[in-house]
Design a protein around this ligand. Structure first.
Ligand code: NDP
Length: 328
């Protein structure tokens, strides 16, 4: 028997339970590439999986963890050979496929992205699912035709993982960035990573009017619910909002008014099933555009044995920026 350290989630009498364990390599799921994991991260979804707060896990037992960077140990996939550095996000990892909070993972080579030149294995997980999603949001806004000369861009949940990278990427792309946060004490942090203005998230989180004053030309929303409704209602004529998250709620108590009277567009963003060509383009731009000092400012490193504590913190909105887990 060959075992490695992992976090394992099982069904319990009430909900689910999560614990560190020795996992048997023979129990890994099908895949054509075996990877020795170097780094993972803690995303909001990982917090939900470990705490059992939402039914993220759909197979038991499960190893949680939705993203990793690592080095290929063995492969029968012609695109990868032992020693290759790779990045993995989504595709149901940590939900339906055994995930990243482990020293090893067996996955489909089609899911992997070669580590882009310019990023270390650790940088890649500072970006992780959160940063990759932020880039998909920015690219969707750009594809829609949004540009910095149209007006400011707003980011909600700005001090969180997706939010922090979104602030930094929008700034780098030339936008005047408004950061919405419930943590005014993080104002200096947000300014250091690229925010030009900070607003209190309370301005957006309560029920609002169907149409408000036009305040921004573009938005990246990680929060959903009333916040997203207000974001759309205050978007300038022909602007767009990229919606990727639900930290406030899954509902969208909005009206059609911004769509039919202002031509505002709502762009849905999913990182999990995103096709491979789009992934490679997004990662190449992340490697090129992400400011390394902003990346360092938004990152906390934790050892593997701290993951459960951070998972609890992230669902309570207590985590700032990105948390990289040193697995190796
Ligand atoms: P984080 O917890 O790091 O960030 C979420 C942020 O949202 C918090 O830091 C906080 O920011 C804000 N927030 C939390 N609770 C509330 C609330 N009740 N009302 C308003 N704002 C709140 O999570 P991630 O950045 O990892 O993920 C953000 C969201 O994006 C999650 O919902 C996640 O599921 C989703 N996501 C979706 C993906 C996709 O493919 N579509 C991929 C990755 C993430 P602040 O303190 O600044 O107010």
């Amino acid at each position: 028997m060959s075992t490695f350290s992992a976090i394992r989630i099982d069904k319990a009498d009430k909900g689910t339970s999560a614990a560190y364990t020795d996992f048997d390599e023979a129990d890994l799921m099908d895949g054509d590439v075996m990877v020795r994991i170097a780094y993972s991260t803690v995303n909001y979804k990982d917090g939900l999986a470990i705490t059992g707060k939402s039914p993220v896990v759909r197979r038991f037992p499960m190893i949680p963890g939705i993203d990793f960077s690592g080095v290929v140990e063995s492969s029968t996939n012609p695109s990868f050979k032992p020693g290759d550095s790779v990045v993995m996000t989504g595709w149901g990892m940590g939900e339906t496929h055994l995930g990243a909070y482990a020293q090893k993972a067996r996955v489909k080579g089609d899911w992997l992205v070669p580590l882009p030149p310019g990023l270390s294995l650790s940088d890649a997980m500072t970006v992780g699912t959160a940063g990759f999603t932020a880039m998909l949001c920015l690219q969707a806004l750009e594809a829609h035709g949004c540009k910095p000369s149209d007006g400011p861009a707003i980011v909600t949940g700005a001090a969180g993982g997706v939010g922090s990278v979104a602030v930094s990427l929008l700034k780098k792309a030339g936008w005047h960035v408004i950061a919405s946060t419930g943590r005014p004490e993080e104002a200096d942090y947000l300014k250091a990573i690229g925010a030009d203005e900070i607003i209190d998230r309370k301005e957006l989180s309560e029920p609002g009017r169907p149409l408000g004053k036009e305040r921004w030309a573009a938005g990246i929303d990680t929060v959903g619910s009333h916040t997203l409704a207000n974001l759309i209602a205050q978007t300038k004529y022909a602007g767009a909002v990229a919606a990727c998250g639900l930290a406030q709620g899954m509902d969208l108590p909005s009206s059609v008014a911004p769509f039919i009277l202002r031509g505002v567009c709502l762009l849905g963003i999913d990182s999990v099933m995103c096709p491979k060509d789009k992934r490679i383009t997004a990662w190449a731009r992340l490697a090129r555009d992400l400011d390394k000092s902003a990346l360092a400012a938004m990152t906390t490193h934790v050892p593997f044995n701290e993951v459960m504590n951070v998972a609890r913190d992230i669902v309570e909105g207590k985590v700032r920026g990105r948390v990289v887990v040193d697995i190796g």
